[in-house]
Design a protein around this ligand. Structure first.
Ligand SMILES: *Cc1c(COP(=O)(O)O)cnc(C)c1O
Length: 412
């Protein structure tokens, strides 16, 4: 039946009850059953984030003149992030998420380069095959050609030699991921930085998922290669607070080493009767709550808080990796540095394992090529890692031959 516009209003209690009822069908993320989408650490942090979000609920980041509080919080958050990632003087903006941060980095690269290299009429973007779809989405909208270069088949990391060979006279920017989403491996950013610098092109490091995680994984004493602005040649980075920053959704950042590159991100317009309109972002109106919650989360947790969250996520990862490897024929792909992993099998049908796990309440993504199951492990999973391993062993033990064809493991 078609939904009609409400002919009358409803009382708040009924509305909230209805939302609760609809949410009963959602994945039980609070019980650790989701391995993407939700980054939950603990209930105290969540309460603070909600209070901070609510405090700024009605404010609008479109105008940091009207809402000086948001301008202050945004510049604090960007300053903290630049400090964490090896470039305290970096400039940039907070955005609605990784996709917007990436869109803006690509847009800035295009405009910056085309202004300085007028011979580039047909801009080209160079990606490792593992780069997030947001780059292709941005390139499609911005009419930029894309080459996706195969990653090293053994390490699943970007291959600097092949990336170098794929540079064309119209290439504006190269990308590396810290780490890649599919396999959780950090691309060789130092080598890519050298290649990009020598070729005179920009290098964006996509640390959407890792920017708030890798610095603390390293402080735990685990091996993490150079992945940020400490690498010569890295010109911009994207980092999501709503992932391993554990803050409210709608919060990411794009940062530039050079403020001239950031200038190319801005939209500046006065050809309408509404006065001068100038905005750095794709979004116009911006929810102040997401900015305030990010500011609150960073200040509440500080370095010790994030270190502890990284420790919990990595311990849960160790338990899960050991449990996966204990299943004959099952293995983890590559050598992931952090808490995103993909596992595969030569002897078990992954689609039927994904389905069997879903029947047990665990939601995981199936991905390919090569076929594997993806999980993002957060601090909040520490209480559920053993339960996960038991469920996985049970699912494998009761594995039924999968009918031909694939159970969709895709997210959407
Ligand atoms: C999640 C993610 C993105 C996209 O971020 P959204 O917030 O979902 O738009 C980009 N790159 C990587 C590596 C990611 O993990």
């Amino acid at each position: 039946m078609a939904v009609r516009f409400p002919g009358s209003g409803s009382p708040p209690s009924l509305i909230l009850k209805q939302i609760e009822r609809m949410q009963a069908e959602d994945v039980a993320w609070h019980d650790g059953r989701a391995f993407a989408f939700v980054y939950h650490a603990d209930d105290d942090l969540e309460r603070l984030l909600k209070d901070a979000y609510t405090a700024a609920f009605s404010t609008n980041g479109l105008s940091t003149t009207a809402f000086a509080s948001l301008g202050r919080m945004e510049s604090d958050v960007l300053g903290m992030l630049g400090d964490l990632l090896g470039c305290p003087s970096a400039t940039g903006s907070m955005t609605s998420g990784g996709s917007e941060s990436i869109f803006l980095a690509v847009k800035a690269a295009r405009d910056f380069t085309m202004e300085r290299r007028p011979e580039v009429r047909d801009p080209h973007l160079l990606l490792p095959a593992s780069a997030h779809p947001a780059f292709s989405k941005a390139a499609q909208a911005l009419r930029i050609r894309v080459t996706r270069v195969p990653v090293d088949p053994h390490t699943l990391r970007a291959d600097p030699t092949r990336m170098k060979a794929a540079i064309r006279s119209n290439t504006i920017m190269m990308v590396g991921s810290s780490p890649s989403y599919p396999h959780g491996v950090v691309d060789p950013i130092s080598e890519l930085g050298k290649v990009a610098y020598e070729a005179g092109i920009l290098l964006h490091v996509d640390a959407c998922v890792g920017g708030m995680l890798l610095p603390f994984v390293r402080r735990l004493g685990r091996p993490v290669p150079s992945f940020d602005f400490s690498v010569h040649g890295v010109t911009s980075m994207s980092v999501d607070f709503h992932k391993f920053g554990y803050t409210a959704k709608g919060a990411s950042a794009v940062l530039y080493r050079d403020s001239a590159l950031f200038e190319s991100q801005w939209f500046d317009f006065d050809d309408w009767p509404g006065g001068h309109y100038r905005a750095p972002n794709l979004a116009g109106t911006r929810p102040g709550g997401a900015i305030a919650a990010a500011w609150a989360g960073l200040n509440y947790l500080g370095a010790p808080g994030y270190l502890e969250l990284a420790r919990r996520a990595m311990e849960a990862t160790d338990v899960m990796v050991d449990g996966i490897r204990a299943i004959p024929g099952m293995y983890v792909l590559g050598k992931p540095e952090a808490s995103l992993i993909a596992f595969g099998s030569d002897s078990h049908a992954l689609p039927s394992i994904v389905r069997a796990m879903r029947e047990r309440g665990w939601v995981m993504g199936l991905q390919y090529p090569p076929a594997s199951i993806h999980v993002t492990i957060t601090a909040g999973h520490d209480r559920f890692a053993t339960e996960f391993v038991l469920a996985l062993h049970d699912a494998v033990a009761n594995e039924v031959e999968s009918p031909r064809g694939v159970v969709s493991g895709d997210y959407n």
